[in-house]
Write a protein that binds this ligand. Structure first.
Ligand code: DOR
Ligand code: ZN
Length: 344
């Protein structure tokens, strides 16, 4: 049995760090685990210009504890009206990606895209300049059942998008279904996907066990067990199409424990421990490094990290709450024991 695991320093290719006091609270957690993180742009107002991304990146760097090397990789928020010239400025400023939120799909997505065809001139510029498109892959059509929104997105958006922009690199973010995993597995090298730790570890029963449990509510929502198993198979397959993206999404505890509870699981505090558990459960710890440290960097066309991290099989208890500005934050699995611990 493997009890100590040393791997190349991993990256988180899907992370929400918010801004202000919230940012100060959460950035140190990610910086302790990862070499880089792709920062999601769904602030209020969203990050839609190269200059805003540059300024936001500096605020994140200012929150990194001294002596820790952590690099925020920036994205812009795609809107119906984002001008193609902004893509040139973004590329020049080191921005790597644009995030497509279908309008109304999730937290702070009201400025999102109402019809992807409206963004075609911008996507053209991205394809030309090598910026990635990161998609929240759910349709928002209220006639489509919440649990089917990812599968329908493949038919209505992904297939036409791939046909019209065959060389645009597209990341299908936070995959949650068997259909999504199969689509990405069979796609060509211009399509990749992130998978969260919570979608590898839990199915939708977790939201309803012993009462409604808002800290397991995220979007896309957890699905049934068959889907979880398909995601585990994809993540542990060794395929370079699949890589780590926590979608760690902090919200004040009182806004999750609410009549209209916010979507998002906070996993940054123990992200690698959760992924190690998921890979260990399927006897695939040997596949963790590729998924966590190589496939994402390779897909983004960035160098792999040079340092390492070490995880040890050592039980510890995740804190129930952590400070979050004036509020508190409840990490996923707070108060529970995890079997793996990040030790260096
Ligand atoms: O659960 C989620 N939370 N899903 C998203 O797509 C957004 C995120 C957030 O920003 O809170
Ligand atoms: Zn997200």
């Amino acid at each position: 049995m493997t009890d100590t695991l040393t791997i190349t320093r991993p990256d988180d290719w899907h992370l929400h760090v918010r801004d202000g006091a919230a940012l100060q609270a959460v950035v140190p957690h990610s910086a302790a685990q990862f070499g880089r993180a792709l920062i999601m742009p769904n602030l209020r107002p969203p990050v839609t210009t190269a200059q805003q991304a540059v300024d936001y990146r500096q605020r994140i760097l200012d929150a990194v504890p001294a002596g820790t090397a952590f690099e925020p990789v920036m994205s812009l928020y795609l809107t119906d009206k984002l001008p193609p010239e902004e893509i040139e400025r973004a590329a020049a400023a080191g921005v790597k990606a644009l995030k497509l939120y279908p309008a109304g799909a999730t937290t702070n997505s009201d400025a999102g895209v109402t019809d992807i065809r409206k963004t075609y001139a911008t996507l053209e510029a991205m394809q030309k300049l090598g910026l990635l498109l990161l998609v929240h892959g759910e349709v928002t059509d209220p006639a489509v059942d919440l649990f089917d929104r990812e599968a329908v997105f493949i038919e209505r958006v992904m297939i036409p998008l791939r046909r019209d922009f065959p060389e645009l690199k597209v990341v299908f973010e936070h995959l949650t279904t068997q259909e999504g995993a199969q689509y990405v597995r069979d796609a060509d090298r211009f399509t990749g996907a992130t998978i969260t730790a919570h979608h590898l570890l839990y199915n939708r029963n977790a939201i309803f066990t012993g009462g409604i449990r808002p800290h397991f509510y995220c979007l896309p929502v957890l699905k049934r067990e068959t889907h979880r198993l398909a995601l585990v198979e994809a993540a542990t397959s060794g395929s370079p199409r699949f890589f780590l993206g926590t979608d760690s999404a902090p919200h004040p505890a009182h806004l999750k424990e609410h009549a209209f509870g916010c979507a998002g699981c906070y996993t940054a505090l123990s992200a690698m421990e959760l992924y190690a558990q998921a890979f260990d459960n399927s006897g695939a710890l040997d596949k963790l490094e590729g998924f966590a440290s190589f496939h994402g960097a390779d897909f983004y066309g960035l160098p792999r990290n040079s340092g390492t991290i070490t995880l040890k099989r050592e039980a510890w208890t995740v804190p129930e709450t952590v400070p979050y500005g004036e509020a508190t934050l409840k990490p996923l699995c707070g108060g529970e024991q995890l079997a793996w611990k990040l030790v260096a």
